[in-house]
Design a binder for this molecule. Structure first.
Ligand SMILES: NC(=O)c1ncn([C@@H]2O[C@H](COP(=O)(O)O)[C@@H](O)[C@H]2O)c1NC=O
Length: 515
């Protein structure tokens, strides 16, 4: 335990500042401070010495240079027991506690009207330099970068428990803080240039939203992190209104459901189970969309995640809880009557995301042994005008609408994905099979099990059919039209099979593998 006699306090986020500093002052700790921080302390009647009067050098260049001085950095870096003589020679006094948080770079770039000059002026230089210096010297210096730590640090100073481990933990946190800060700056500058987001270094700095009870399985540990650039309406920013703690699998499945449901312009409902949609429907309102999404596969919908693209009303909320066990309900908004209805099922997790703001770009990460696979998010979309009819028969207007709907659903089904749809509703989903024929068979089995008529329905396949067998399997179930990317070596054979069965088929020219 080293004694703290002198602290340097220089903070942009002045939350909790006066309480903490007055605690330091009461302990007899001398406080050095920079312009704005010193002013606030002075107004609160807390004694503080301006850094400029210690260094004998004024703050210059609009604050670009204020603490960048050997008297400050020597005070932070001087090794106790080694550097005393040189410190004395140069009039350097030891600084034992550094309290710094940085210019608000991330908050600045989040403002829609922020200019590049605003961003650059908000790149803190002196702060990170001091944080890194104090952190390196954590054997003797404690560094505090987070106002949330003021109470515990003050308590430790008061009871003498600010020990070596605590200082090391604070230093580790401080380096994470500056690394995260630099990540935001680097990503911003590459972004301004419009450079390829897949740069030389993969940089990610998230903020932990919560530590989860466990990961995909109970023997795995897990946490949920929020991106630095998390957009409004994203899952990481959602508000949980009620219910049990979200699990790792809840979050992953909710994300799949949300992403899928947000594609649709009409009121829509997506029910997800184990990362795959097991029922999707669009309708005039979300109550009917839910009703039809549920009827695709009530067995799988049990314990599912239900997502909507419209505010949840009381009638729909009641229909859900009267009918089924549900893990998570998520919607852009939940009206107060719906909240009252859901309150009767207190374990149901209810999430409200707020309005979604679509953001272009974005990266998708997958950890592999010894590395990280990074790709841009699958934002691929096709319109009716982009479809190419390759069969003698063309889909009619109703089929075309359903084909596009089925295609949007297939994008969110694990490969090999086969989706049967009719009238804006899924009637069979075959997911995650190693062969496309089996996915087709499974979609047909599911439809048959729920007494849903396949005859006259449409089918989407996330990737091309390598052989005609998939088309034959679809024809055997009564499928009338197919949407698929095309591009197989045997497209001719596949098209001929569709013609033989009198099926209309369109090519998207784009595939949607999802693993
Ligand atoms: N330039 C410097 O020498 C310098 N030293 C400290 N700062 C920052 O100035 C801010 C506090 O300024 P003030 O006390 O004037 O409100 C802190 O965020 C601190 O990290 C500096 N500013 C930016 O680099």
């Amino acid at each position: 335990m080293t004694t703290v006699t002198r602290a340097l306090v220089s903070v942009s986020d002045k939350r909790g500042l006066t309480d903490f500093a007055s605690g330091l002052a009461k302990l007899g700790i001398e406080i050095l401070s920079t312009g704005g921080t010193a002013r606030q302390l002075d107004e609160a009647g807390i004694p503080a010495i301006e850094v400029a009067s210690k260094t004998g050098f004024p703050e210059i260049m609009g604050g670009r240079v204020k603490t960048l001085h050997p008297v400050i950095h020597g005070g932070l870096l001087g090794r106790r027991g080694t550097d005393e003589a040189v410190m004395a020679e140069h009039g350097i006094e030891p600084i034992d506690l550094l309290v710094v948080n940085l210019y608000p770079f991330e908050e600045t770039i989040r403002k829609p009207d922020a200019t590049v000059d605003d961003a650059i002026e908000n790149i803190d230089i002196g702060g990170p330099a001091m944080i890194r210096a104090a952190s390196k010297n954590h054997a003797s210096v404690a560094v505090v970068v987070d106002p949330d730590d003021y109470a515990s640090v003050l308590a430790a100073l008061q009871d003498g428990s600010l020990d070596a481990d605590m200082r090391r933990r604070l230093a580790a946190k401080a380096y994470a803080h500056t690394a995260s800060y630099d990540t935001a700056i680097s990503r911003y500058l590459f972004g301004v240039l419009g450079d390829n987001p897949l740069g030389e270094r993969a940089l990610y700095a998230g903020q932990r939203v919560e530590t989860l009870r466990y990961g995909e399985n109970p023997h795995q540990s897990a946490a949920f992190y929020r991106d630095q650039t998390a957009a409004a309406g994203s899952l990481a920013n959602a508000e949980q209104l009620q219910g049990k703690e979200l699990s790792y699998n809840n979050i992953a499945d909710t994300d799949a459901a949300l992403e899928c449901v947000r594609q649709f312009a009409e009121p829509a409902c997506v029910i997800v189970k184990h990362a795959n949609p097991c029922g999707v429907a669009v309708d005039k309102d979300i109550a009917s969309a839910y009703d039809r999404a549920f009827s695709t596969d009530p067995t799988s919908a049990f314990g599912g995640i239900i997502a909507f693209n419209r505010p949840l009303d009381a009638a729909t909320a009641k229909a859900i809880i009267d009918r089924q066990f549900v893990e998570v309900i998520v919607a852009p908004d939940i009206d107060s009557a719906a909240r009252d209805v859901l309150a009767s099922k207190k374990n149901v997790r209810v999430l409200c995301t707020g309005a979604h703001v679509a953001v272009e770009g974005g990266l998708d990460f997958k950890k592999v042994s010894g590395g990280l696979l990074v790709q841009t998010v699958d934002n691929g979309k096709v319109t009716a005008a982009e479809l190419r009819t390759v069969t003698k028969k063309a889909p009619d207007a109703g089929q075309l609408k359903d084909l596009l709907f089925a295609w949007q659903v297939a994008k969110y089904v694990k490969s090999n994905a086969i989706v049967f749809c009719k009238d804006g509703m899924t009637i069979g989903v075959g997911a995650g099979q190693m062969s496309r024929v089996y996915s087709t068979r499974i979609a047909a089995i599911k439809a048959a099990d729920e007494n849903l008529e396949v005859k006259g329905s449409v089918m989407a396949s996330d990737a091309f059919f390598p052989f005609r067998d998939g088309i034959d399997a679809a024809a055997a179930t009564g499928i009338a039209a197919i949407i698929q990317p095309g591009g197989s070596m045997r497209d001719d054979e596949v098209i001929a099979a569709a013609d033989e069965h009198g099926i209309a088929m369109v090519f998207t020219g784009m595939r949607h593998f999802r693993h």
